[in-house]
Design a protein around this ligand. Structure first.
Ligand code: KG4
Ligand code: ZN
Length: 352
């Protein structure tokens, strides 16, 4: 039978994404193929603020979304009339940004008379593992989403059955990279700059905190680590002078600070994945989110997976950072009959 063409829209944070996927018509089940995926990044608009400014993000989504949808259709060689379903990420994310994508998706679904699928952005991040390797079974797995907005570990019984095992109680790991990069003058987003600086540094130069490392709970905390880097820059203990501007240290010091910070983050990410694998007894590990770009993290998580005899799934970078193709998780949702009503709303936080 003829395949189903799905238009996916992603506007949870600061990337505007649209994609066209082709997959089995429900109730048939199968991994869809990505026909096109277009992402407009707003990084240049937010970098002078050192983080995402929600109001700017929403306005930019309004400006970018329809051209991006057009471009995704054009690259897929598909007309709007051929689209048989619309998927949109409705949670979690910035409310103003989510609303832009959802309003567009509802309008298109209503006008085309096709089903609307509301997707969880984090389930989508993990489904990227399955899109990248359609011939390997990814689920059930432990899933780690590690990005600028999220650091969450899931027990995924299936693509649309992600149960939260634990997450960060304060900053996300990527956010910590961004903030530390700010302290070290390494630009925004901070991950790539910190990683580059860390290459010539000594990861043992500073002994930074590793929150919850010896705790059975699956939880993360990175704000104390960021503060520890700040105090190290000031060259004094945690009673450091209030309000003093430490300035940016010399390059050798920046390299050591970056390497020591990165090692602390990677240590806890790897340890918590190992712990979640042991607790759940699962033998597969899927990773999603922009921090998966980090080379040191990739090396260490691969080594851990090999040691534990666990199959590791890390999608290519274009599928790790925010994109609409990963909303292909809408196919298993459709197969399960999970179509959204047109009065579906967005949700800012993690809800399960
Ligand atoms: O998934 P993503 O593109 O956007 C969301 O936050 O949803 O992730 C962006 C985050 C930023 O915080 C960025 O600093 C981090 O991923 N990142 C990295 C690296 N590349 C990007 N963190 C560590 N090392 C990297 N090489
Ligand atoms: Zn994301």
């Amino acid at each position: 039978t003829d395949p189903l063409l799905l238009l996916a829209i992603e506007t949870t944070c600061d990337e505007t994404g649209a994609a066209v996927l082709e997959g089995p018509r429900p109730p048939a089940v199968g991994v869809p193929r990505v026909r096109s995926s277009v992402v407009a990044s707003q990084v240049d608009l937010h970098d002078r603020f050192g983080g995402v400014v929600p109001e700017i993000a929403s306005r930019e989504h309004v400006r970018q979304l329809l051209p991006i949808v057009d471009e995704a259709l054009r690259r897929a060689g598909v007309t709007l009339g051929e689209i048989g379903a619309v998927a949109v990420a409705t949670r979690p994310g910035l409310v103003g940004s989510l609303v832009v994508g959802l309003t567009a998706a509802k309008t298109l679904a209503l006008a085309l008379g096709v089903p609307l699928v509301a997707v969880d952005h984090l389930e989508a991040h993990l489904y990227a593992c399955q899109l990248a390797e359609p011939d390997r079974e990814v689920y059930p797995c432990v899933g780690l989403v590690v990005s600028g907005g999220h650091t969450s570990l899931f027990e995924c019984r299936g693509p649309i059955e992600a149960g939260l095992r634990g997450g960060t109680i304060d900053d996300a790991a990527g956010e910590a990279f961004d903030k530390v990069a700010g302290l070290l003058g390494l630009g925004y987003p901070g991950g790539p700059g910190v990683e580059r600086a860390a290459r010539s540094g000594n990861p043992k130069a500073y002994e930074f905190p590793r929150a919850f490392l010896r705790d059975d709970r699956i939880a993360f905390s990175f704000s104390g680590l960021k503060t520890a880097v700040l105090y190290a820059i000031r060259g004094q203990d945690s009673r450091g002078r209030a309000g003093s501007d430490p300035g940016i240290p010399a390059p050798e010091v920046v390299a050591d600070l970056a390497a020591s910070f990165q090692e602390a983050v990677v240590d806890v990410l790897v340890a918590k994945c190992r712990q979640a694998l042991k607790q759940t007894g699962l033998a597969r590990l899927g990773i999603g989110g922009g921090v998966a770009a980090n080379g040191r993290f990739r090396d260490r998580i691969s080594a851990m997976a090999a040691e534990e005899g666990v199959a590791l799934f890390v999608p290519p970078m274009s599928l790790c950072t925010d994109n609409a193709a990963m909303l292909g998780v809408a196919f298993p949702k459709l197969a399960a009959g999970q179509v959204a009503d047109l009065d579906v709303d967005v949700t800012a936080g993690l809800v399960r």
